[in-house]
Design a protein around this ligand. Structure first.
Ligand code: PHE
Length: 344
Protein backbone atom coordinates (compact mmCIF):
# COMPACT_ATOMS: atom_id res chain seq x y z
CA UNK A 1 0.00 0.00 0.00
CA UNK A 2 2.70 2.45 1.08
CA UNK A 3 4.97 1.36 -1.73
CA UNK A 4 2.22 1.91 -4.22
CA UNK A 5 1.79 5.43 -2.96
CA UNK A 6 5.52 6.07 -3.25
CA UNK A 7 5.55 4.74 -6.80
CA UNK A 8 2.62 6.97 -7.60
CA UNK A 9 4.43 10.04 -6.21
CA UNK A 10 7.60 9.20 -8.11
CA UNK A 11 5.66 8.68 -11.34
CA UNK A 12 3.93 12.04 -10.86
CA UNK A 13 7.26 13.74 -10.19
CA UNK A 14 8.93 12.18 -13.22
CA UNK A 15 6.10 13.24 -15.45
CA UNK A 16 6.37 16.80 -14.24
CA UNK A 17 10.16 16.80 -14.59
CA UNK A 18 9.77 15.52 -18.08
CA UNK A 19 7.39 18.29 -18.98
CA UNK A 20 9.44 21.05 -17.36
CA UNK A 21 10.78 23.61 -19.79
CA UNK A 22 12.64 26.03 -17.54
CA UNK A 23 15.15 25.89 -14.71
CA UNK A 24 12.65 27.69 -12.48
CA UNK A 25 10.03 25.02 -13.06
CA UNK A 26 12.56 22.33 -12.15
CA UNK A 27 13.46 24.09 -8.93
CA UNK A 28 9.81 24.33 -8.02
CA UNK A 29 9.25 20.64 -8.77
CA UNK A 30 12.25 19.77 -6.66
CA UNK A 31 10.88 21.78 -3.72
CA UNK A 32 7.42 20.27 -4.06
CA UNK A 33 8.65 16.67 -4.09
CA UNK A 34 11.72 16.78 -1.92
CA UNK A 35 11.20 19.78 0.39
CA UNK A 36 10.43 19.52 4.10
CA UNK A 37 6.70 19.88 3.47
CA UNK A 38 6.64 17.35 0.64
CA UNK A 39 4.53 14.24 0.73
CA UNK A 40 7.59 12.03 0.79
CA UNK A 41 9.04 13.92 3.76
CA UNK A 42 5.80 13.65 5.70
CA UNK A 43 5.68 9.92 4.93
CA UNK A 44 9.07 9.56 6.59
CA UNK A 45 7.48 10.46 9.89
CA UNK A 46 5.18 7.45 9.48
CA UNK A 47 8.15 5.11 9.93
CA UNK A 48 7.69 5.23 13.71
CA UNK A 49 4.16 3.83 13.42
CA UNK A 50 5.20 0.81 11.39
CA UNK A 51 6.00 -2.64 12.74
CA UNK A 52 9.74 -3.10 13.17
CA UNK A 53 10.20 -5.55 10.31
CA UNK A 54 8.67 -3.09 7.83
CA UNK A 55 10.60 -0.02 8.97
CA UNK A 56 13.77 -0.73 7.06
CA UNK A 57 12.13 -1.51 3.73
CA UNK A 58 9.85 1.52 3.99
CA UNK A 59 12.71 3.85 4.84
CA UNK A 60 14.74 2.44 1.97
CA UNK A 61 11.83 2.91 -0.45
CA UNK A 62 11.44 6.57 0.47
CA UNK A 63 15.16 7.11 0.21
CA UNK A 64 15.21 5.47 -3.18
CA UNK A 65 12.27 7.55 -4.35
CA UNK A 66 13.93 10.76 -3.25
CA UNK A 67 17.15 9.72 -4.91
CA UNK A 68 15.37 8.94 -8.15
CA UNK A 69 13.60 12.29 -8.23
CA UNK A 70 16.84 14.10 -7.31
CA UNK A 71 18.72 12.35 -10.10
CA UNK A 72 16.05 13.12 -12.64
CA UNK A 73 16.00 16.79 -11.63
CA UNK A 74 19.81 16.96 -11.77
CA UNK A 75 19.91 15.28 -15.17
CA UNK A 76 17.35 17.62 -16.57
CA UNK A 77 19.14 20.62 -15.03
CA UNK A 78 22.37 19.49 -16.65
CA UNK A 79 20.61 19.29 -20.00
CA UNK A 80 19.19 22.79 -19.54
CA UNK A 81 22.57 24.17 -18.55
CA UNK A 82 24.24 22.66 -21.55
CA UNK A 83 21.55 24.03 -23.80
CA UNK A 84 21.94 27.45 -22.23
CA UNK A 85 25.72 27.32 -22.64
CA UNK A 86 25.41 26.30 -26.28
CA UNK A 87 23.01 29.11 -26.98
CA UNK A 88 25.36 31.58 -25.31
CA UNK A 89 28.33 30.30 -27.24
CA UNK A 90 26.35 30.51 -30.43
CA UNK A 91 25.38 34.09 -29.70
CA UNK A 92 28.87 35.16 -28.71
CA UNK A 93 30.70 33.30 -31.39
CA UNK A 94 33.44 35.26 -33.12
CA UNK A 95 33.92 35.12 -36.85
CA UNK A 96 37.67 35.40 -37.10
CA UNK A 97 37.44 35.62 -40.87
CA UNK A 98 35.75 39.06 -40.67
CA UNK A 99 38.03 41.93 -41.67
CA UNK A 100 39.21 44.07 -38.74
CA UNK A 101 37.94 47.56 -38.12
CA UNK A 102 39.83 50.23 -40.03
CA UNK A 103 41.78 52.61 -37.86
CA UNK A 104 41.43 56.19 -38.99
CA UNK A 105 44.61 58.03 -38.30
CA UNK A 106 44.24 61.75 -38.79
CA UNK A 107 46.07 63.27 -41.71
CA UNK A 108 47.57 66.64 -42.34
CA UNK A 109 45.99 69.28 -44.48
CA UNK A 110 47.97 69.40 -47.78
CA UNK A 111 48.37 73.09 -47.10
CA UNK A 112 50.58 72.32 -44.07
CA UNK A 113 52.44 69.63 -45.96
CA UNK A 114 53.38 72.22 -48.60
CA UNK A 115 54.39 74.84 -46.02
CA UNK A 116 56.77 72.30 -44.49
CA UNK A 117 58.20 71.35 -47.87
CA UNK A 118 58.77 74.96 -48.89
CA UNK A 119 60.34 75.69 -45.51
CA UNK A 120 62.65 72.68 -45.79
CA UNK A 121 63.81 73.71 -49.25
CA UNK A 122 64.79 77.19 -48.06
CA UNK A 123 66.34 75.97 -44.83
CA UNK A 124 68.48 73.77 -47.08
CA UNK A 125 69.69 76.95 -48.78
CA UNK A 126 70.66 78.56 -45.47
CA UNK A 127 67.50 80.54 -44.70
CA UNK A 128 66.12 80.97 -41.20
CA UNK A 129 62.44 81.01 -40.30
CA UNK A 130 61.02 84.31 -39.04
CA UNK A 131 57.56 85.13 -37.76
CA UNK A 132 55.24 88.09 -37.44
CA UNK A 133 51.73 88.81 -36.18
CA UNK A 134 48.61 88.30 -38.29
CA UNK A 135 46.98 91.35 -36.67
CA UNK A 136 49.46 93.88 -37.94
CA UNK A 137 50.14 97.58 -37.84
CA UNK A 138 49.51 99.60 -40.97
CA UNK A 139 53.10 100.77 -40.45
CA UNK A 140 54.64 97.36 -41.17
CA UNK A 141 52.06 96.11 -43.64
CA UNK A 142 52.23 99.22 -45.83
CA UNK A 143 54.17 102.30 -44.74
CA UNK A 144 57.59 100.76 -44.16
CA UNK A 145 57.13 98.91 -47.47
CA UNK A 146 57.04 102.15 -49.42
CA UNK A 147 53.25 102.33 -49.35
CA UNK A 148 52.36 105.57 -47.53
CA UNK A 149 48.76 106.30 -46.54
CA UNK A 150 46.58 107.01 -49.59
CA UNK A 151 49.08 105.41 -51.96
CA UNK A 152 47.05 104.14 -54.92
CA UNK A 153 48.88 100.79 -54.91
CA UNK A 154 47.18 99.98 -51.59
CA UNK A 155 44.15 99.18 -53.71
CA UNK A 156 46.01 96.12 -55.02
CA UNK A 157 45.31 94.52 -51.65
CA UNK A 158 41.78 94.94 -50.33
CA UNK A 159 42.31 95.18 -46.61
CA UNK A 160 40.43 94.16 -43.46
CA UNK A 161 41.01 97.14 -41.16
CA UNK A 162 40.54 96.76 -37.41
CA UNK A 163 41.09 100.46 -36.81
CA UNK A 164 42.89 103.20 -38.68
CA UNK A 165 46.32 101.84 -37.83
CA UNK A 166 45.62 98.15 -37.31
CA UNK A 167 44.70 95.53 -39.88
CA UNK A 168 44.85 91.85 -40.76
CA UNK A 169 48.06 91.56 -42.74
CA UNK A 170 47.38 91.37 -46.45
CA UNK A 171 50.66 89.65 -47.17
CA UNK A 172 53.65 88.28 -45.27
CA UNK A 173 55.81 91.20 -46.43
CA UNK A 174 55.49 93.13 -43.12
CA UNK A 175 57.88 90.49 -41.75
CA UNK A 176 60.49 92.02 -44.09
CA UNK A 177 60.26 95.34 -42.22
CA UNK A 178 60.05 93.63 -38.83
CA UNK A 179 63.14 91.53 -39.54
CA UNK A 180 65.18 94.51 -40.74
CA UNK A 181 64.13 96.45 -37.64
CA UNK A 182 65.07 93.58 -35.34
CA UNK A 183 68.36 92.66 -37.03
CA UNK A 184 69.73 96.09 -37.86
CA UNK A 185 72.49 94.43 -39.83
CA UNK A 186 73.42 92.01 -42.58
CA UNK A 187 73.32 89.38 -43.78
CA UNK A 188 69.60 88.64 -43.58
CA UNK A 189 68.34 85.40 -45.06
CA UNK A 190 64.85 84.62 -43.80
CA UNK A 191 61.60 83.07 -44.89
CA UNK A 192 58.30 83.56 -43.15
CA UNK A 193 55.40 81.20 -43.76
CA UNK A 194 52.08 82.48 -42.49
CA UNK A 195 48.43 83.30 -42.88
CA UNK A 196 47.28 86.39 -44.72
CA UNK A 197 43.89 88.02 -45.29
CA UNK A 198 42.20 90.06 -47.99
CA UNK A 199 38.67 91.26 -48.54
CA UNK A 200 38.00 88.95 -51.45
CA UNK A 201 34.75 87.17 -52.20
CA UNK A 202 35.48 83.47 -51.84
CA UNK A 203 35.32 81.44 -55.02
CA UNK A 204 37.34 78.65 -56.63
CA UNK A 205 40.44 80.83 -56.94
CA UNK A 206 39.96 83.40 -54.15
CA UNK A 207 39.83 83.02 -50.41
CA UNK A 208 39.63 85.81 -47.82
CA UNK A 209 42.19 83.82 -45.85
CA UNK A 210 45.18 82.33 -47.57
CA UNK A 211 48.87 81.80 -46.89
CA UNK A 212 52.19 82.93 -48.20
CA UNK A 213 55.83 82.23 -47.65
CA UNK A 214 57.82 85.44 -47.64
CA UNK A 215 61.51 85.46 -48.40
CA UNK A 216 64.06 88.20 -47.75
CA UNK A 217 67.78 88.29 -48.42
CA UNK A 218 69.89 91.36 -47.65
CA UNK A 219 73.63 91.66 -47.89
CA UNK A 220 76.33 93.54 -49.72
CA UNK A 221 76.41 92.79 -53.43
CA UNK A 222 73.09 90.95 -53.79
CA UNK A 223 71.78 91.15 -57.35
CA UNK A 224 68.93 89.82 -59.44
CA UNK A 225 71.05 86.82 -60.48
CA UNK A 226 70.90 85.64 -56.86
CA UNK A 227 67.14 86.07 -56.91
CA UNK A 228 66.78 84.05 -60.07
CA UNK A 229 69.12 81.27 -58.97
CA UNK A 230 67.40 80.94 -55.60
CA UNK A 231 63.91 80.78 -57.06
CA UNK A 232 65.00 78.42 -59.84
CA UNK A 233 66.37 75.99 -57.29
CA UNK A 234 63.16 76.32 -55.30
CA UNK A 235 61.03 75.65 -58.40
CA UNK A 236 63.02 72.57 -59.35
CA UNK A 237 62.93 71.13 -55.84
CA UNK A 238 59.25 71.84 -55.47
CA UNK A 239 57.96 70.90 -58.91
CA UNK A 240 60.69 68.72 -60.45
CA UNK A 241 64.12 68.98 -62.03
CA UNK A 242 62.74 69.58 -65.52
CA UNK A 243 60.92 72.78 -64.62
CA UNK A 244 62.31 76.08 -65.86
CA UNK A 245 61.40 79.51 -64.56
CA UNK A 246 61.10 82.84 -66.27
CA UNK A 247 60.97 86.30 -64.77
CA UNK A 248 58.37 88.66 -66.11
CA UNK A 249 58.46 92.37 -65.41
CA UNK A 250 55.86 93.43 -62.86
CA UNK A 251 55.14 96.02 -60.19
CA UNK A 252 55.25 95.98 -56.39
CA UNK A 253 55.84 99.21 -54.46
CA UNK A 254 58.45 97.56 -52.21
CA UNK A 255 60.64 96.07 -54.93
CA UNK A 256 62.48 97.59 -57.87
CA UNK A 257 62.70 96.01 -60.31
CA UNK A 258 59.71 93.78 -59.60
CA UNK A 259 59.07 90.49 -61.29
CA UNK A 260 56.44 87.83 -61.55
CA UNK A 261 57.96 84.35 -61.61
CA UNK A 262 56.47 81.69 -63.86
CA UNK A 263 57.37 78.01 -64.11
CA UNK A 264 57.03 75.86 -67.18
CA UNK A 265 53.71 74.04 -67.20
CA UNK A 266 54.00 70.48 -65.88
CA UNK A 267 51.14 69.33 -68.04
CA UNK A 268 52.57 70.27 -71.44
CA UNK A 269 56.22 70.89 -70.53
CA UNK A 270 56.06 74.40 -71.96
CA UNK A 271 54.41 73.72 -75.32
CA UNK A 272 51.10 75.29 -74.34
CA UNK A 273 47.88 73.57 -73.22
CA UNK A 274 44.56 74.44 -71.62
CA UNK A 275 46.02 74.37 -68.09
CA UNK A 276 48.60 77.09 -68.86
CA UNK A 277 46.14 78.75 -71.25
CA UNK A 278 48.44 78.16 -74.18
CA UNK A 279 51.37 80.12 -72.70
CA UNK A 280 53.49 77.15 -71.57
CA UNK A 281 54.01 78.90 -68.21
CA UNK A 282 52.20 79.15 -64.89
CA UNK A 283 52.69 82.05 -62.50
CA UNK A 284 53.80 80.99 -59.02
CA UNK A 285 55.09 84.02 -57.16
CA UNK A 286 55.92 87.69 -56.97
CA UNK A 287 59.43 88.94 -56.26
CA UNK A 288 61.95 91.70 -56.82
CA UNK A 289 64.97 93.57 -55.59
CA UNK A 290 64.26 95.33 -52.29
CA UNK A 291 63.36 98.94 -53.12
CA UNK A 292 66.03 101.47 -51.99
CA UNK A 293 63.31 103.37 -50.11
CA UNK A 294 62.45 100.23 -48.14
CA UNK A 295 66.11 99.67 -47.27
CA UNK A 296 66.44 103.31 -46.21
CA UNK A 297 63.24 103.42 -44.14
CA UNK A 298 64.27 100.28 -42.31
CA UNK A 299 67.77 101.47 -41.48
CA UNK A 300 69.91 100.07 -44.30
CA UNK A 301 72.03 102.27 -46.57
CA UNK A 302 71.01 101.39 -50.15
CA UNK A 303 74.45 102.42 -51.37
CA UNK A 304 75.96 99.66 -49.25
CA UNK A 305 73.29 96.98 -49.05
CA UNK A 306 70.98 95.39 -51.54
CA UNK A 307 68.59 92.52 -51.34
CA UNK A 308 65.80 90.55 -52.90
CA UNK A 309 62.41 89.50 -51.64
CA UNK A 310 59.70 87.14 -52.79
CA UNK A 311 56.24 86.02 -51.78
CA UNK A 312 54.93 82.58 -52.68
CA UNK A 313 51.23 81.75 -52.50
CA UNK A 314 50.96 78.46 -50.62
CA UNK A 315 47.54 77.43 -51.91
CA UNK A 316 48.67 78.12 -55.43
CA UNK A 317 51.71 75.88 -55.02
CA UNK A 318 49.60 73.17 -53.38
CA UNK A 319 46.97 73.38 -56.12
CA UNK A 320 49.61 72.99 -58.81
CA UNK A 321 51.39 70.19 -57.01
CA UNK A 322 48.29 68.14 -56.29
CA UNK A 323 46.02 69.22 -59.14
CA UNK A 324 43.45 70.77 -56.78
CA UNK A 325 40.95 72.97 -58.60
CA UNK A 326 39.24 74.84 -55.75
CA UNK A 327 41.09 76.87 -53.11
CA UNK A 328 38.16 76.60 -50.68
CA UNK A 329 38.89 72.89 -50.19
CA UNK A 330 41.88 73.76 -48.00
CA UNK A 331 39.60 75.48 -45.50
CA UNK A 332 36.48 73.31 -45.48
CA UNK A 333 38.21 70.48 -43.59
CA UNK A 334 36.27 67.79 -45.41
CA UNK A 335 38.09 64.66 -44.23
CA UNK A 336 37.39 62.92 -47.55
CA UNK A 337 39.53 65.59 -49.18
CA UNK A 338 42.20 65.76 -46.49
CA UNK A 339 42.62 61.99 -46.20
CA UNK A 340 43.83 61.82 -49.78
CA UNK A 341 47.05 63.44 -48.67
CA UNK A 342 47.79 61.21 -45.68
CA UNK A 343 50.97 59.24 -45.90
CA UNK A 344 49.93 55.68 -45.09
N1 PHE B 1 53.69 90.75 -51.04
C1 PHE B 1 53.46 90.53 -52.44
C2 PHE B 1 52.03 90.07 -52.64
O1 PHE B 1 51.44 89.60 -51.72
C3 PHE B 1 54.40 89.50 -52.99
C4 PHE B 1 55.82 89.96 -52.97
C5 PHE B 1 56.60 89.70 -51.90
C6 PHE B 1 56.34 90.67 -54.04
C7 PHE B 1 57.92 90.12 -51.88
C8 PHE B 1 57.62 91.06 -54.05
C9 PHE B 1 58.43 90.80 -52.98
O2 PHE B 1 51.47 90.18 -53.70
Amino acid sequence: MANEKITHIVDGALEKINGATTVDELVEIKNTYLGKKSELSSMTSLIGTLPNEEKKAFGAAIHEAKEKITNEVENKLAIFKEKELNEKLQKESIDISLPGRDYHVGSRNPFHVIIDEVTDIFIGMGFEVANGPEVEKDLYNFELLNLPKNHPARDMQDTFYIDENTLLRTHTSPVQARTMEAKKGAPIRIICPGKTYRRDDDDATHSHQFAQVEGLVIDKGINIGHLKATLELFAKKMFGEKREIRLRSSFFPFTEPSVEVDITCANCGGKGCNICKGTGYIEILGAGMVHPNVLKMNGYDPDVYSGFAFGVGIERVAMLRYGIDDVRKFYQNDVRFIHQFSKK
